[in-house]
Structure formats: structure tokens, C-alpha cells
Design a protein. Structure first.
Length: 117
């Protein structure tokens, strides 16, 4: 089993920055791809970013490319997402996820990010 705990959400003005963290427990962390999804009010959950188990490959949704950066620290079993130049449309609950295949196997509880205009 893998447990994921997010932190780092909050309220920020447009153009500001936040860094989300996702701390994982469990031995399988090093073999799992990790990433983030988000869900805005009234919308479906959408993929945001993913990083491979080795840390060598990253994938982003087009709307955050050039603004968000995902990274992982294997020793700390933690995944980070640096979010710069935040926009009001980035407002959502952000969920950490872990994959061993096509669909996420594990989810965190979510952390709220609110960007004011």
C-alpha cells in the first residue's frame, strides 16, 4: 500500500507562485510514476503533470507547460510541483497520484489552490 499526503496549497494572487508537495509512504514509491491532477468546481478531474519513476521523464497538460515544474526526491519519497505565474483558471483542488500502469493506483486527499484575480 502507498499513502499520499499533499501540502502546500493556499491562496495566492494571479502571477504568484506556490509549491505543492506530496509525501508518500510505502516501499513501492521508487517504482511508481507520480503526478498531479486537479478538479475545479463543477468540472471533471483533469490530468496536470506526471513524472516517471526514475525522474527522467515528465509530461504536462498544455495549459501549464512553461509555468509548472514537477520533480521528485527519492530519498524523501516526495514529489513536488512548482507552480509559477498562476492564473485564476488554475484554481482547483489538486490531487497527488501514483501509477504503476495506465490509470492511477493511489490518490491523495487533495489540497486547495485558489488564485485571485
Amino acid at each position: 500500500q502507498v499513502q499520499l499526503i499533499e501540502s502546500g496549497g493556499g491562496l495566492v494572487q494571479a502571477g504568484g507562485s506556490l509549491r505543492l508537495s506530496c509525501a508518500a509512504s510505502g516501499r513501492a514509491f521508487s517504482m511508481l510514476d507520480m503526478g498531479w491532477f486537479r478538479q475545479a468546481p463543477g468540472k471533471e478531474r483533469e490530468f496536470v503533470a506526471r513524472i516517471g519513476w526514475s525522474g527522467g521523464s515528465t509530461t504536462y497538460v498544455d495549459s501549464v507547460k512553461g509555468r509548472f515544474t514537477i520533480s521528485r526526491d527519492k530519498a524523501k519519497k516526495t514529489v513536488y510541483m512548482q507552480m509559477n505565474n498562476l492564473k485564476p483558471e488554475d484554481t482547483a483542488v489538486y490531487y497527488c497520484a501514483a501509477w504503476s500502469s495506465l490509470l492511477p493506483d493511489y490518490w491523495g486527499q487533495g489540497t486547495q489552490v485558489t488564485v485571485s484575480s
